[in-house]
Every structure is written in C-alpha cells, then in structure tokens.
Design a binder for this molecule. Structure first.
Ligand SMILES: [Ca+2]
Ligand SMILES: [Ca+2]
Length: 502
C-alpha cells in the first residue's frame, strides 16, 4: 500500500517536472522566435544596402547560360545604376547583345557585344526616363540579361562572372549613393571527371583554383572630349537648314557650354531645339546681329554623361550664296567660352573644336524649252503646264524662242533626277528627264507634236473632224499659224496620226 502511495507520489512529481520542462521549452521557443523577428526587423530597418548578384550564381558549361543580373534594392527606389562586369573572354563570349531592364529605360551606356567580347568588359549605365521618375523600381528586379556562351575546348575551366565592386554606383531616387553588396557567379566549363584509377583517395577532381583572371586594367588613355557641329541637310538659299551640335566624351562629364560664331550676312538662326542629352537644364540664346550662339546643357545632380550624342539642333535660314564658317569660341583654360566639364575634377576637358564650313547653294529654277510647228513672227510662243513625276506643277509661257521664264523648284529637287512633262493645248504631252542642279536648269522638250485638238492624249479621226470643222477658218487648228486652216495644217496633223501622250 505504502509502496503504491509512493509510486503515485513519484509519478505526480515526475508529471510536474515534465510539465515544467514543457513550459520552459515553449517559453524558449517563443523567446527565440520573438528575438529572431526583432533581430530581423532591426536588420531590415538598419540596412539600406542594395544586393547585386547573378541568377544563377553558378553555371556549368556547356550548355550556354543566360545570367540574370539581379538587383535587390529592398525598399529603396532606384534612380541610376552604373555597374561594370568582367568575364574571361578567352573562354567565354556574349552570344547576343545584352538586354537591359525597361524599368530603367534610359540606357546611358551599354557595351555592345563585339566590344565586350574583345575586352571581356561590360559597362551598363542605366537611369530612369523622364516618365519613370514617378515610379522608380524597388525590391528585386532583373537589371540585365547576360547571355554567355563557351568558346573553348579546354577542359576544367573555373572562372567568374564578376562585378567590379570598385567601379559601381547605385543612386536612389532621392539622389543618395546607396551601399551595396555584390556577388559574383562561378563559371565552370568542360569539367572532366577523371577515372578513379589512382589509389590515392582523391576528392572530386576539380581543377586547382586557378587565379581568376582579373581583367587587366589597361590604362587606356581616354579619347579626347570634343564638341562638333555638323550639317543635317544642305543649305539652300532662302531655305532653312539644320545643324547638329554633338558632344563626344569617354570621361564622365556634367556640363557643356558651346559658344559659336557665325556670319550674320550669310545665315541667321531661326530656332534651337533642345535634344536633352544631359538630364538637367539647357539654356540657349542667339544673337542674329552679332552672329553668336550660346548653348549650355548640364546634368542633374548626381548624374554624369559618357558617350556621343546630340546636345541640340540649331536651325538656320540661308541668306546668301557662298561658303561660310561656324567657329567655336575656344581658349584653353578660359571659362567664358566653350567648355566641357569633367564630373570628377570639375575641370574643362574640351579639346579645341573644329569649325564647320558650309557652302550655301542657290535654289533651283527651271526654264522650259520647246519648239512648235508655228511659222511667222509669233515664233514658238505658247502657254502650258509643266509637271514633275513628283507632284510638282506650274504654268509656263514661252517667248518667240520657245523658252520660258525661270520657275522655282522645291529645294529637295536639287541633286535628284526627275521626269518633267509639258502640256500645251492642241499638242500631245511631252516628257523630258533632268538632273536638277542648284541655280538655273533648262529642260528641253524638243518639238511638240501637234494635232490633239480635243486634248484627249491621242491624235486620231476625232481631232481630224474638229480640224475639218474650222477648215478655211482660223483658231487652234491653224497649226502653222499662217492665219488659215487648210491642207498645210492637215499635213502637220497626219504626221502625228495615232501618236499619244508621253
Ligand atoms: Ca485627240
Ligand atoms: Ca494654217
């Protein structure tokens, strides 16, 4: 009985101990869970760091692999990313052009496939387009697709697709430089599993860790920074023409000033179109009495520009025929003239710009030349319509020599060949082909074919009957202009019987 009681007591105690332990365990679990979340929340909150890495982070070639360069910006809205990537171009190459995210639609720089495969370097500089500034990307998103293919038969290659953590810039939408953590991807290629004949306990026969071929940072001297003006369309007297102001720089720049002199007796500025190459403001002005153009364009804070592009288009009116020059005002180390300012140093790095020399050509005009069956003092005086195959149409009248006064042609006709047609009432339409030059052009239609009395494009019995209707009279059937319609006119008409319009 006592025995039984003691057993019961012991059982009760052990149940108590068991319950206590269970409670403690539960408490511990709850405590750790709670602490973990507190820790994690703190971590997320404290950490604005952007992760930039590849998906997948390891690949065995073959097959060829397209890596997704991925950004995890957490809660930060991204405004700008500059990232440089290296691969060993003795083993790998891009199989196609890199595709970048539409979320950063302004592609400021993207190394082309051929260049990347030559250097083993990829530079991507992406920013928001103007429309995207309201909705910058955040969280996890794909920055670019990097399609790599294997180009070697060599075995046991161990390499890396590497992000240059020394040359990376990630800027938030509030223009803050963000901290980042990069992770490279491992590239393994043509891995051979050596047959296990050696008795030595070999581990997997991975190639010894060959030092990853860090890209040789060739100290290539940057290309000179230039400003240039070029013609977009030919300058023709009395017409507008446009020029393109371009900058080219391999050094990041933050501002451009172009000061250009022109001869106001030859041209005048009509307007300046801002091409918004740099994302900040553009200020431009021109003075048509002094012959001076000033264009300044600057980057938004935190941005810089590298590349070649059009800063602005300057539209001129050509006022006088002849050659004329557009000269950049430039003096080394001076700040009042043309400058291109480097982002890093704030120094003017512009090399002396070349002037643009243009020749303003005369506009084109057309004189019609023809002969008729007319005799007597009136010569070849007719009135008619001259048309081109391109829709141009104008009336003309000829003098006794059969030559018209000059008719102005559209400027775009210069340098091109057109078919012209001349039509005079009572005559068949004639064609002539002409290469239009600037200045005066003479289009010779030769001898007009008489007899199309009703202007239907063919000389036939209907025309003949109309001629009979005015026989011994006058008027349009008097094709030799001797004052009477008779056999002589009949003879002229039947020479062209059944002939048709050109
Ligand atoms: Ca006819
Ligand atoms: Ca006659």
């Amino acid at each position: 009985m006592i025995n039984l009681f003691q057993k019961f007591k012991a059982l009760k105690r052990s149940t108590f101990v068991f319950r206590f332990s269970l409670l403690s365990l539960l408490f511990l679990v709850l405590f750790y869970t709670f602490s973990f979340w507190v820790f994690k929340l703190n971590l997320v909150k404290a950490q604005d760091q952007v992760d930039i890495y590849f998906e997948p982070n390891i690949a065995v070639f073959p097959p060829d692999t397209t890596f997704s360069l991925t950004v995890d910006s957490k809660s930060e809205g991204i405004g700008f990313i500059r990232v440089k990537i290296y691969f060993d171009n003795t083993y790998f190459s891009l199989s196609q052009e890199i595709e970048t995210t539409p979320l950063l639609a302004s592609v400021i720089e993207k190394t082309g496939m051929n260049e990347a495969n030559t250097n083993g370097q990829i530079l991507l500089v992406l920013g928001l387009s103007a429309e995207q500034r309201q909705s910058p990307p955040s969280g996890v998103f794909e920055l670019a697709k990097i399609p790599l293919e294997l180009k070697t038969e060599e075995t046991n290659i161990h390499s890396e697709l590497a992000i240059d953590s020394q040359d990376i810039q990630i800027v938030s939408i509030d223009a803050q430089n963000l901290d980042f953590l990069t992770e490279n991807a491992d590239l393994l290629a043509n891995i051979e599993v050596t047959p296990e004949i050696t008795p030595t306990p070999t581990n997997s026969p991975l190639p010894t860790d060959t030092p990853t071929p860090t890209p040789t940072d060739t100290p290539s001297s940057p290309d000179p920074t230039t400003l240039s003006l070029s013609l977009i369309n030919p300058p023709i007297l009395g017409s507008q023409f446009s020029t393109d102001l371009q900058v080219s720089t391999s050094t990041p720049v933050v501002g451009i000033d172009a000061v250009v002199n022109f001869d106001p007796s030859k041209v005048e500025v009509v307007s300046i179109d801002d091409n918004k190459l740099l994302s900040g403001n553009t200020i431009s002005s021109f003075d048509n009495s002094a012959g001076l153009i000033r264009i300044s364009q600057i980057e938004s804070q935190g941005f810089s520009y590298v590349g070649k592009g059009s800063v602005a288009a300057v539209n001129f009116l050509a006022k006088s025929v002849g050659t004329t020059d557009f000269d950049f005002e430039f003096a080394p180390n001076s700040k009042s003239e043309s400058n291109v300012i480097a982002a890093a140093s704030g120094q003017d790095i512009l090399t002396p710009p070349q002037p643009l020399s243009i020749e303003i050509i005369d506009k084109a005009s057309l004189k019609v030349k023809l002969t008729t069956s007319f005799e007597g003092t009136s010569g070849h005086q007719v009135a008619g319509i001259v048309e081109s195959s391109d829709g141009f149409s104008n009336s003309f009248s000829t003098d006794t020599e059969g030559v018209s006064a000059p008719i102005e042609l559209p400027a775009q006709f210069i340098g091109n060949t057109y078919e012209f047609f001349a039509k005079v009432t009572g005559f068949l339409r004639k064609k002539a082909t002409l290469l239009v030059d600037s200045g005066e052009n003479l289009v010779n239609f030769g001898s007009l074919l008489a007899g199309d009395m009703n202007d239907d494009g063919v000389v036939n019995n209907i025309d003949l009957s109309l001629m009979y209707g005015s026989w011994f009279g006058g008027g349009s059937a008097d094709y030799n202009k001797d004052g009477i319609v008779n056999t002589f006119d009949y003879w002229i008409l039947i020479q062209n019987f059944f002939k048709t319009n050109d």
